[in-house]
Design a protein around this ligand. Structure first.
Ligand code: N01
Length: 534
């Protein structure tokens, strides 16, 4: 095994799904590559988010690499929705199978990246002071990897244990006979609650905004199902590539408004029973038309209510006042019935906001909850956090933080003007979090690799988007978003969950297929919007 280069052609930051794919593609295109990874193993979010119940809410066969048919054929998923340990095993398998560790340096958290214009190289410093450089910098740092900072009054006083879902200890946590509190009811909280409730003595769930969730309908994958997927994997991947979301669901072409009540109800029942996250696609206008969405929201509220026996809990837990899907919905396994257990309490923070923590627990404005363990499942500085936490300086010493002060500015969600040879994977302005992110990662990196090859074969040393192309792309992202209900609702898509963050809708809503067509057109036109320099 050779040691990774300190000054390769390409520096990749992160060794999660995107970082590993970047190594594979950069090697294949003849580049030397080194990935710097903050953790001591591969996996990115799947390395850190080891909380009880963590699993993927995209189907395993779709949430996996498509770059190697051999890999597709040899890996055997055990469940429709894979658990975090299974996904981490898969990522480790990929790293081993393709000898990717040869090009990864672990325990290296990037703190600074500076573009040296004289030599046209990115100079990177990590937390322990180590220095690296690369002609290209690929930020494969993830859209949901920078945990949101939440500090409650008196947090230091609490004598119990505090954990974060996004940094769960590798060695696990013994919750037996403990009084546990979980703050947050997004996907992480909702996945954790049913599992933790079975492990601990008592669980209190501190909920601020009740969200919508669809049942996962998870289950083991039979040998017959596995064989069937593997026999037609290419067509499955093609269908996903040509869908709006990159999931294995084709969007319905039918409006929820143009069918009878009975037909609509039947379609909702079908989606509820099987589609999971794909519920959003069961009619074409659930995210664009308020009336269509109201039908879906009412249906889901009814279904949620039916799972909860206590009318008082039901009153608090059924989401209201915002349309289904506009804030990222969850896909759950037994979340709502968990509140029928005698050892589970729901605390509604809209009625009783958190006041402070003290030695023995958490006080809301109306009650003190005695706790041994407090878990923060409070989410992420989504889409921009992992790019803006490090100090990144582009041409003329301009900070990315300043360039993005009023919201992220990208061309195609892949690069930013003034930051030559720096590329971001599944970043703001790409379908990213509105898609099967595995699809967006692979498509984005394939396209970038082609563009780099084009640039080099034409004798160029640096490339970046023009200001004009970037401005028009951001405008287009906003216009597409304005055709939907997304911008109307507080969510992390809009930056609303982080105090002080500019309110801008960040992902691209034009769909995986629509986005790819734009990428193809840009490439066919000689990478219009990019400026290449010798
Ligand atoms: O984070 P979230 P998450 N006081 O931001 C609450 C992906 N994911 O880690 O809505 C009290 O969704 C906050 O309340 P509110 C998936 O894309 C995927 O759960 O802001 N409460 C909310 O309830 C997901 O969408 C999988 O009012 C506070 C919760 O904390 C994304 O990651 C699995 C608070 C945060 O929810 C993020 O999910 C897990 C405060 N100060 C996650 N601050 C897969 O299956 C926040 N909250 C692939």
């Amino acid at each position: 095994m050779s040691s990774p280069l300190r000054d390769p052609d390409v520096l990749v930051i992160g060794a999660g799904f995107a970082g590993l794919k970047a190594i594979v593609s950069m090697r294949a295109s003849g580049h030397s590559v080194t990935a710097l990874e903050a953790g001591d193993g591969v996996g990115g979010v799947w390395f850190w988010n080891r909380y009880p119940g963590a699993r993927c809410d995209v189907e395993s066969y779709d949430y996996s690499y498509r770059f190697s048919e051999e890999l597709e054929q040899e890996w055997r998923w055990s469940e429709r929705y894979a658990t975090q340990p299974e996904i981490l095993s898969y990522i480790n398998h990929v790293a081993d199978r393709f000898d990717l560790r040869d090009d990864i340096i672990f325990n290296q958290k990037m703190t600074d990246a500076v573009f040296n214009e004289a030599v046209k190289r990115w100079e990177v410093t990590t937390a322990d002071g180590s220095q690296f450089s690369g002609r290209y910098l690929i930020m494969a740092t993830g859209s949901l990897s920078a945990a949101k900072d939440v500090l409650l009054p008196g947090q230091d006083e609490f004598a119990g244990e505090i954990y974060w879902s996004s940094r769960w200890p590798k060695e696990g946590v013994d919750l037996t006979a403990k009084r546990v509190g979980i703050i947050g009811t997004g996907s992480s909280g909702m996945q954790m609650v049913p599992v933790v409730a079975q492990l601990c003595e008592h669980l209190t769930v501190f909920q601020r905004t009740p969200n919508y969730s669809i049942p996962a309908a998870n289950g083991p994958v039979s040998d017959e199902e596995d064989a069937a997927v593997k026999a037609s994997y290419r067509s499955r991947r093609e269908a996903a590539r040509n869908s709006p979301s990159g999931l294995n669901f084709l969007a319905s072409g039918i409006s929820a408004l143009e069918v009878s009540d009975e037909e609509r109800e039947a379609e909702f029942e079908k989606a509820w029973a099987r589609y999971g996250f794909g519920f959003v696609l069961c009619f074409r206008d659930l995210i664009t038309d308020e009336k269509a969405n109201t039908y879906a929201s009412d249906f889901i509220r009814r279904k949620i209510g039916e799972q909860v026996s206590d009318p008082e809990v039901r009153r608090h837990i059924v989401p209201a006042n915002f349309p289904f899907g506009t804030k990222r919905p969850s896909v759950d396994a037994n979340y709502y019935p968990t509140f029928n257990r005698p050892n589970v309490t729901l605390a509604d923070l809209r009625d009783e906001p958190i006041d402070y923590l003290d030695k023995t627990g958490l006080a809301t404005t109306s009650k003190h909850y005695d706790l041994d363990v407090l878990v923060f499942a409070t989410g992420f500085d989504a889409l921009t956090g992992s790019f803006l936490k490090p100090n990144i300086f582009g041409r003329g010493g301009r900070a990315l933080r300043d360039h993005w002060a009023n919201g992220p500015l990208t061309y195609l969600g892949l690069c930013s003007s003034g930051f030559p040879n720096m590329f971001i994977i599944a970043g703001p302005g790409s379908p990213s979090l509105l898609s099967n992110v595995m699809m967006s990662i692979e498509e984005g990196i394939d396209w970038l690799t082609e563009m780099i090859m084009f640039s080099e074969s034409s004798g160029y040393a640096a490339l970046e988007p023009t200001v004009d192309a970037e401005t028009k792309w951001v405008q287009h992202v906003n216009e597409k978003a304005d055709e939907t209900l997304y911008p109307k609702v507080p969510s992390y898509y809009n930056g609303d969950n982080v105090p002080g963050k500019p309110r801008v809708f960040m992902p691209y809503t034009g769909g995986v297929r629509g986005y790819r067509r734009i990428l193809e057109r840009v490439a066919a036109n000689g990478y219009e919007g990019m400026v290449f320099s010798k």
